[in-house]
Design a protein around this ligand. Structure first.
Ligand SMILES: Nc1ncnc2c1ncn2[C@@H]1O[C@H](COP(=O)(O)OP(=O)(O)OP(=O)(O)O)[C@@H](O)[C@H]1O
Ligand SMILES: [Mg+2]
Length: 506
């Protein structure tokens, strides 16, 4: 996946080149706390004068990511950040950047309101004073008043500026903290679940404020509420878990419609509500079924592509090879469609447990199938070159044997997927080394031919690529078996070593 494609998708569907300017560009961010990695290859763009929401389960690294932007992770012992974060094109981790100045440019508001143990006035005046923004008492007064007004708090506190900030209500304290952040004229405001400790009225007030502030600032907000993301943000990035952020960047950046519907059925409600909920759940299940059916259909097409590409190479059938190449685009389209639908489902329906796994599995399987399609296309393209060289019957037979084995594995694993048959998936998984063994013996065979008769080198080199592509299709079948295992059991198989034969010594 190229950076270019990431960029295009990160800007969301339909984003024109003249879209909103990118204020913060994060690329390949990895964060470690001691030996533990908390973020994996996160790449996100956040635009000027807009609100970007970050959503994801607890522990997936949302706060960690925010802290990368204003280098708050520098203050955590043992924390290490890799990758590049640019603010207006400038690397925030550059030696020349003073973190104190950076944190004035990138303000932060936390989950729990944290006013200083000072007066309301001093809470807001503190930043401008230490950053030398105001030179006279009059200027400072004006900044305090303006900031409190922008934060929507002035009317409530103008007559008690000298009272402690900690004496305000939770919602007022949060607005005071926002006023404090605004007072130093930041360019970016990071908000880490700013409303989670507030009641619905105080939450609504903060949300209105966020909406007003976006006219001036780039705002990045972490929230656990889908509905809040829908209300306040123009774009939302999702993470399913830490190493899924990258995928999120590629495809999930899109506006969430106001009509975002949570899937849960409320236990209380009128008959009309119940009927509506039933309808919601029914259409949700239909969507999920349609998604897995589309994935199974894509599986059928991929199987045919792989089988045809092998047929083409074995029979030197150029017409068939051309058809395989031409049909590959369909798989790309299907994969993009499955990904879009899965993401939409996750975004709008918030599936839980089994359903979430089904959705994620469909998306991951579609990715593997798309790769298989590419490999089949490459095999077909080799046919076009091989057609010009003399065939070697024994090699063709070996290729055919390996091809049959790989096609069979793909078919078995896709059958296991459609039948949700864990045992069958595990059988495919446990026979992963058969393909490697075939590949290794074919490799030696090809080498023997090449050494024995240099005129066969061209043909053998192309056949070697064909064999390598088949071996990789076999690997994708194993990946799919692992995904099925995850879908059915909820456990990843990463901890278990694949049965591999990796002996390539000629
Ligand atoms: N200071 C730290 N030291 C060690 N590990 C940490 C530290 N801060 C976070 N982590 C770990 O990094 C991972 C990501 O944590 P983070 O707080 O960024 O998640 P989050 O998505 O903000 O979660 P939540 O929604 O619960 O706030 C977690 O596994 C967490 O345990
Ligand atoms: Mg957090």
């Amino acid at each position: 996946m190229t950076l270019q494609r990431d960029d295009a998708l990160a800007q969301g569907p339909g984003a024109a080149a003249s879209g909103p300017a990118i204020k913060i560009r994060a690329r390949d961010i990895n964060v470690f706390y001691g030996p533990k990695q908390a973020l994996f290859d996160v790449s996100l763009d956040m635009t000027e004068k807009s609100v970007t929401a970050l959503i994801g389960p607890s522990g997936c690294g949302k706060s960690t990511f925010l802290r990368c932007i204003n280098r708050m992770n520098d203050t955590i012992p043992g924390a290490r950040v890799e990758g590049r974060i640019e603010l207006d094109g400038e690397d925030v981790n550059d030696r020349g950047i003073d973190p104190v100045v950076l944190r004035a440019r990138v303000g932060m508001v936390f989950q729990k309101p944290n006013p200083f143990p000072k007066t309301i006035y001093e809470n807001v005046a503190y930043g401008p004073r230490i950053h030398g923004i105001a030179s006279t008492k009059g200027e400072l007064d004006a900044i305090v008043e303006k900031s409190l007004k922008r934060a929507g708090l002035w009317a409530e506190v103008s007559d008690r500026l000298q009272q402690p900030g900690t004496g305000l209500s939770g919602g007022q304290q949060q607005r005071l903290v926002i006023a404090r952040a605004i007072a130093v004229s930041p360019e970016v405001i990071l908000m880490d679940e700013p409303c989670s400790a507030l009641d619905p009225i105080a939450t609504a007030r903060i949300e209105e404020l966020i909406d007003e502030l976006r006219n001036q600032y780039c705002i990045v907000i972490v929230t656990h509420s889908m509905a809040q993301a829908a209300r306040v943000s123009q774009r939302t990035a999702f993470s399913i878990w830490a190493n899924w952020w990258k995928l999120a960047t590629q495809a999930i950046f899109s506006p969430i419609p106001e009509t975002a519907v949570p899937r849960t059925i409320s236990p209380v409600g009128s008959v009309k509500d119940a009927a509506m909920n039933e309808h919601i759940v029914k259409s949700y299940e239909d969507e999920l079924n349609a998604l897995t059916a589309e994935c199974a259909r894509m599986g059928g097409l991929t199987e045919a592509q792989v089988a045809d590409s092998l047929d083409a190479v074995i029979k030197r059938d150029l017409t068939l090879a051309e058809q395989v190449v031409a049909r590959d685009e369909r798989l790309d389209i299907l994969q993009a469609d499955i990904e879009r639908k899965a993401i939409r489902l996750i975004a709008l329906r918030q599936p839980m447990a089994n359903d979430l796994r089904r959705t994620v599995a469909a998306m991951k399987i579609a990715n593997n199938l798309e790769r298989c399609g590419d490999l089949a296309k490459n095999i077909a393209k080799r046919t076009m070159v091989l057609a010009d060289v003399e065939p070697i019957a024994t090699l063709t037979r070996s290729i055919e044997r390996m091809g049959r084995l790989v096609s069979g594995r793909l078919k078995d694993v896709l059958d296991a997927y459609t039948a949700s048959n864990l045992e069958r998936a595990l059988q495919v998984w446990s026979r992963d080394d058969e393909v490697d063994e075939h590949y290794n013996s074919l490799f030696r065979e090809l080498l023997t031919y090449m050494m024995g008769d240099p005129r066969t080198i061209t043909a053998c080199a192309h056949l070697l690529f064909v064999a390598k592509n088949m071996e990789r299709i076999g690997d994708h079948a194993t990946n799919i078996a692992e995904i099925i295992h995850y879908e059915i059991t909820g456990d990843e198989m990463m901890s278990v070593t694949r049965p591999k034969t990796d002996d390539l010594t000629p």
